[in-house]
Design a protein around this ligand. Structure first.
Ligand code: ATP
Ligand code: AMO
Length: 466
């Protein structure tokens, strides 16, 4: 095959060399009939190509063809690298390609529903452009999602999904290094795994069934099956009935379950080490991606401590109370109280990442272990980034009689989970774990305002396409 050069690597050291590149047409411009310019883009990098009429090499027809190519068409260009004396505006690479040959290998329709350059601008750039009287279309969230294939071509979106991939990668690498085994649990199950009604129901060859709301029951059963420590990366389905900036109907769950020797703090220790190393890794190795996101959606780097702060639920309630916010000490925190507590914690402890534990039992799922010293509370925790939840976790009830009582007390039909409850009759170790929402981690690490930005093809109550 021929040798291809990525646009990213078109630099001065290639001066006078012949290169072969492939890119999308970002813009075209004709100057008279003899010269044309086109900017080609490849994964966020752009280069200016010059088509100049020259005997034997480039015809007027070719200039016309090149400058009339529709935006976003894919073209292959053979040409020579040159270095102009002045800075090149509107392209990331500071060299030009003197075009010899040009082939359109993937034509785009002429009027695209989204202009990528407009879709890539920050709010501040849009304001500035509008004030300067520029013609420009503000691309709203719904339009972006309707034409997601175009939208995800922007540098910020390209970076978001590279970071998402790395979060998943670090999660896996970290847990493997700590002796965890990766598993896959069924997504077609007989009933609700979290209690509650937010399940997608379906017909399983005549039997009523659900799409799994979490791997909760089966990851615990894997512990009963002697794996010791397990993790899973997989889809989670929630039939959410309201429309928020942080709920999807399908998201990616990063789940962990492990034996506990003495205390549920062992589970929180894993959260602590995993996330501190994840944040360090992203800040160190994904600077370019974080900058690309920040150029379109400016944000402050996440503040986190070397050892993650742990507060009890009661301490959190007290902090809110001291700040004049009354909350039920045996109830759940609503979104507003969670946000407020996030601010109070940041101001007092200088961190935007912390663990809140010992939640009231009444607001946790049936499988949660009550506190030994006070059964009104539970061995459970949530973890927050910038005042919003990214993780729920807990020690589980591994005593079958107590599990049955708790399930009944929570209004669960124990028949639908009988094989799960039975698993604990065959001998089970004390254990616990947690579940992380991948899209929420990326959203909140980068302080993005909507979870739809961190889901490649989001599913929400109104959206089943694309
Ligand atoms: P989880 O699925 O772990 O419960 P969550 O972030 O949805 O994650 P919840 O404990 O369900 O956390 O909710 C916390 C608070 O968020 C609730 O008390 C409620 O005020 C608000 N909330 C939860 N779900 C919704 C929703 N679908 N629409 C609007 N507000 C919600
Ligand atoms: P929970 O229901 O809190 O806990 O879910 C765990 C984490 O998943 C994310 N999350 C969501 N992300 C996007 N859209 C949603 N609709 C949504 N719902 C939840 C959040 C949340 O913290 N079985 C337990 C976990 C465990 O105890 O191991 C569970 O599912 O980031």
């Amino acid at each position: 095959g021929r040798k291809w050069t990525a646009i990213e690597f078109l630099k001065e050291d290639l001066k006078d060399k012949e290169v072969l590149i492939r890119g999308r047409v970002q813009t075209t411009r004709a100057v008279g009939k003899n010269i044309g310019f086109l900017v080609l883009r490849e994964r966020g990098f752009t280069v200016q190509c010059v088509v100049t009429v020259a005997p034997e090499l480039v015809s007027r027809q070719m200039v016309k063809f090149a400058t009339s190519l529709s935006r976003e068409s894919y073209v292959d260009v053979e040409g020579v690298v040159s270095v102009p004396g002045v800075a090149i505006k509107g392209a990331s690479q500071q060299v030009e390609i003197q075009v010899r040959k040009l082939y359109c290998v993937g034509k785009a329709i002429p009027n695209l529903p989204i202009n990528i350059e407009d879709a890539a601008r920050s709010e501040a750039e849009i304001e500035k452009a509008l004030q300067a009287g520029e013609q420009l279309v503000r691309v709203n969230q719904d339009t972006r999602l309707n034409f997601r294939v175009l939208d995800i071509r922007t540098p910020a979106n390209q970076a978001i999904f590279r970071i998402q991939c790395q979060v998943e990668n670090i999660f896996r690498q970290f847990l493997l290094s700590e002796g965890f085994v990766g598993i896959h649990t069924p997504k077609l199950i007989a009933g609700s795994s979290e209690g509650g009604s937010a399940v997608f129901k379906l017909d399983y060859k005549g039997q009523p069934a659900c799409l799994a709301q979490s791997p909760q029951l089966h990851k615990q059963m894997a512990i009963c099956g002697d794996f010791g420590r397990v993790f899973e990366i997989g889809p989670v389905f929630r039939a959410e009935d309201s429309f928020t900036h942080r709920h999807l109907c399908e998201f990616t769950g990063l789940d962990v379950e492990t034996e506990i020797k003495e205390h549920y703090s062992e589970v929180m220790d894993i959260v602590d080490r995993l996330f501190v190393s994840m944040f360090d890794n992203l800040n160190e190795n994904f600077k370019k991606e974080l900058e690309a996101i920040g150029r379109q959606y400016p944000f402050e780097p996440l503040k986190y401590l070397r050892k993650t702060l742990r507060l009890t639920f009661q301490e959190g309630v007290q902090m809110l109370k001291d700040a004049g916010v009354e909350v039920d000490p045996y109830g759940d925190l609503n979104t507003e109280a969670e946000r407020k507590l996030g601010q109070l914690v940041r101001d007092k402890y200088d961190t935007e990442f912390y663990i809140l534990h010992r939640y009231p039992l009444a607001v946790r799922p049936f499988y949660t272990m009550p506190c030994y010293d006070d059964p009104a509370y539970s061995n459970s925790f949530d973890v927050f980034i910038r005042g919003e939840e990214i993780i729920s976790g807990a020690q589980r009830v591994h005593i079958p009689e107590l599990l049955t009582t708790r399930a009944e007390a929570c209004g669960i039909d124990v028949k639908t989970i009988s094989t799960y409850i039975d698993s604990f009759r065959y001998g089970a170790p004390p254990h616990g774990g947690f579940g992380v929402g991948l899209e929420r981690v990326v959203m909140l690490f980068c302080a993005l305002n909507n979870i739809r930005k961190t889901s490649l093809f989001p599913r929400d109550p109104l959206r089943l396409a694309p």
